[in-house]
Design a binder for this molecule. Structure first.
Ligand code: PMP
Length: 388
């Protein structure tokens, strides 16, 4: 199991025995893909799953009832609305933009992939600032786009001077921000995003998968129609606050030109009718969603306080997860000790810039209690000789 939670980085022999995409007997895949690993957040059967930042709460029962009702009206023998018109209208209304500014796909990862298919590719470069969401780099690589990585400050914030340096050197077609940043937790203040927009002539893609937890959003910039605002793209998902990770629905809000570019690279009818209805109906339950966000924010505060009490190093979070470093302990052993108690968190301890760090998703109060008790127990044990 330990082998499944692989850090991003160069290839390694696969001890799980999982077939690799290429080998001596296989027809060779694209040479630039050979060194890539897929996405390996383990899906292990545990009692407390706090490793992938999903909502611990299901969507409201009334949403499910409305969706069941809607299923009876879908003409399953027909292709779905290729434009996803009603869903886009509903999203546009909820964000105060025009439907032509909204593009939907099967999860925000697919939205990111469409952006990279449309704007990336051979001979083009994107910039990102690590540590950040590993799929930005990964999707760039599978679309044969070059990646230039800048760094963050010691407390994982975006440093506008570093951004200016990186974009001046590499002239990226896309600069990725992630606000709140996964896995470190902080949101970028509006001034930072504005400064990045001013410093680059490419797109600025702000991944706001956890946007509803944050104090500000780059959506304000898109709506502002200010200088450079047409190059700002905000990416959001139904997987987190909307409690619909199983439904795979994400979207972007940006200029109509960006939407048209993404439409060029999608397959026909890529968004099925059930998903379109599920997303449109979910938006009618905004209050229930906000109530879930409020509960999780409160729990986040409780976990952060408890971690501080335990003298565990943590970083402030504007999202539904907390990055922490079990000081004086091997993070890997703490991770294993939690797993032995059927609690799964994300092991980031070997990711660049995150030595010794773990990330815990905010769960239900009873799940968080179990996590805190198990962590306390793991930290009580004798210190190991080798520390990460
Ligand atoms: N962006 C960020 C920052 C994420 O953390 C995630 C989920 N891990 C995604 C995008 C992808 O979400 P989805 O494809 O489920 O919409």
């Amino acid at each position: 199991m330990a082998d499944l939670d692989l850090p991003p980085g160069p290839p390694r022999a696969d001890p799980t025995g999982r077939p690799r995409a290429s080998g001596p007997t296989a027809v060779p895949i694209r040479p630039d893909l050979v060194s890539l690993d897929g996405y390996h957040s383990p899906q292990v059967d545990v009692e407390v799953r706090l490793n992938t930042n999903e909502s611990p709460l299901p969507p409201p029962d009334s949403w499910l009832a409305a969706l069941q009702d809607e299923l009876g009206r879908i003409e399953f023998n027909r292709y779905p609305d290729r434009q996803a018109s009603e869903l886009r209208q509903a999203l546009a209304r909820s964000h105060g933009v025009r439907p032509e500014q909204v593009f939907c796909a099967n999860g925000s990862n697919e939205v990111l992939q469409c952006l990279l298919l449309a704007y990336g590719g051979p001979g083009r470069t994107v910039a990102l600032f690590e540590p950040t969401y590993t799929l930005h780099r990964h999707i760039a690589m599978i679309t044969a786009t070059s990646v230039v990585a800048g760094t963050r400050t010691d407390d994982f914030q975006i440093d506008p001077d570093e951004v200016a340096r990186v974009v001046a050197d590499s002239q990226p077609i896309i600069t990725f921000l992630c606000s709140p940043n996964n896995p470190t937790g902080r949101a970028d203040p509006p001034e930072t995003v504005e400064r990045v927009v001013a410093d680059t002539s490419g797109l600025v893609v702000v991944d706001e998968a956890y946007g509803q937890f944050a104090p500000s959003s780059a959506l304000d910039l898109v709506r502002s129609a200010g200088p450079g605002s047409e190059r700002v793209v905000v990416v959001r998902t139904f997987s987190k606050t909307w409690s619909m990770a199983a439904g795979r629905l994400g979207y972007l809000v940006g200029s109509p030109e960006v939407v048209a570019a993404c439409e060029l690279v999608t397959l026909p009818y890529h968004l099925d009718a059930v998903k379109q209805a599920a997303g449109r109906l979910a938006l009618q339950f905004e209050d229930a969603m906000q109530a879930r966000v409020a509960v999780l924010r409160e729990e986040r505060g409780r976990i952060a306080a408890a971690l501080t009490e335990m003298k565990v190093e943590t970083w402030p979070s504007d999202a539904n997860f907390i990055l922490f470093r079990p000081t004086d302990r091997s993070a890997r052993r703490v991770w294993q000790s939690l797993l032995d108690r059927s609690i799964l968190v994300r092991d980031c301890s070997e990711w660049p810039g995150l030595t010794g760090c773990l990330r815990v998703t905010v769960g239900l109060p009873e799940e968080n209690d179990r996590f805190l008790a198990a962590l306390d127990a793991a930290l009580e044990g004798p210190l190991e000789e080798s520390r990460i």
